[in-house]
Ligand binder design. Sequence first.
Ligand code: ADP
Length: 508
Amino acid sequence: LTKSLKSSGLHIVHIAAEMAPVAKVGGLGDVVSGLSKALQKRGHLVEIILPKYDCMNHDLISDLKELDMTVHSYFDGQQFGNKIWVGIVAGLPVYFIEPHHPGKFFWRGQYYGEHDDFKRFSFFSRAALELLFQSGKKPDIIHCHDWQTAFVPPLYWDVYSSKGFNSARICFTCHNFEYQGVSPASELASCGLDVHHLHRPDRMQDNSSHERINPVKGAVVYSNIVTTVSPTYAQEVRTAEGGRGLHETLNFHSRKFVGILNGIDTDAWNPATDSFLKYQYSADDLQAKEENKAAVRKHLGLSSANASQPLVCCITRLVPQKGVHLIRHAIYQTLELGGQFILLGSSPVTHIQREFEEISNHFQNHPHVRLILSYDDALSHAIFAASDMFVIPSIFEPCGLTQMIAMRYGSVPIARRTGGLNDSVFDVDDDAIPVQVRNGFTFLVPDEQGLSGAMKRGFKLYMRNPDAWRDLVQKNMAIDFSWDSSSAQYEQLYENSLARARKSSREN
Ligand code: ADP
């Protein structure tokens, strides 16, 4: 294996199903690379383990090479070889696991949504730990993310620690409690976990379907540190309405559970250097932002007749969580208010994708509305730069990144007050909030009236008071959404947990 760099900081290993920009579906990918980069900058040795997907963006991996070793890992009663690749992504060392399993687990042309996702990712979790174990690494922290790698904490404590691989404390971050990987209990045995031992109310038994097991619950029970991605969401998931069945588990384990607001990768998302933009710009050169708006309008065939016509944008996965009916409403409301609208989004849900295809066809040659129903990273950068307002009408939102990216690109968010949106978007008209932090338009009730009210206030300020609008744009561009403060909070959690472990080993 590649030699670990010398570092006086901690040795942190992230095990995850996504990492931007090579393998990204949503915010998880951004967080894994953004947090890792920030921790590396703080002097820690950070390594990442990912599946080697056929569909990932191989061009963005430098020095990718196959290691001269095969890691054998247990699955379904047999040992399977894994080819290990290593490369550099965004300045970080990344190991890619390529299983030699007849199921060709990561050779499917897509990241998720396969009938055997539970098998694919429980296999990966086991193989990732086996890689660390066989290479003799002694990480201080193993940080896993979401249900796909939630098998790591129970595997680590029940299978590996007794083999002497026990240097690490385990951190689990849940990026969205909607996805818990609940499955029939018997499936757990494939990766070598003991079903009888774990299928219990205080361990991995699902709180509602008692014959099933819940990987996210298992990770909450078995990790030393459990986090989610914003303080408000951490509170919401501890209630019966927000916890998706896990509120009691989270309340029971509340001492190790915290919400830390995600940052954004301010190198990747920087309008002053962004090579996807036609014109780079900063807060004191908003003319270039206007030119990006003109370029995107031209590129998408929207009318350029009125340069100052406000452009409202939305970039999102089209899933119920995001308030798809409100996104649809925002299109019509924008037209009614005299603006233009661009939606960049795609849906894994067939009927939603079809519904938006119909709307897209309806507006095919419309001068003021364009829907692009695909995933397009390059175009997303151009749209952030072009947009004046950005709508995020989520029903629930663990953190949300697009509101922060939008602000960094000089767009004003119109957001529902929930989860991480509540921790990052503060209403311009709310006298209870200090003026200096007010940055957008918010609404609480997730219905058309609530969204329309916030949009109308946004349009009013934009149209009637261009100077105040420009001040707001400049203020938003200056907000610090970097990982600096959040990565310091993660570092503190890691260090506290390691200190507790040292203390208890001295006492025993
Ligand atoms: P989630 O993780 O729930 O999808 P987030 O707001 O946390 O939502 O993160 C979404 C990320 O994915 C953002 O970086 C956003 O720009 C990006 N994104 C979403 N949809 C698309 C798309 N169709 N094309 C390009 N980027 C997209």
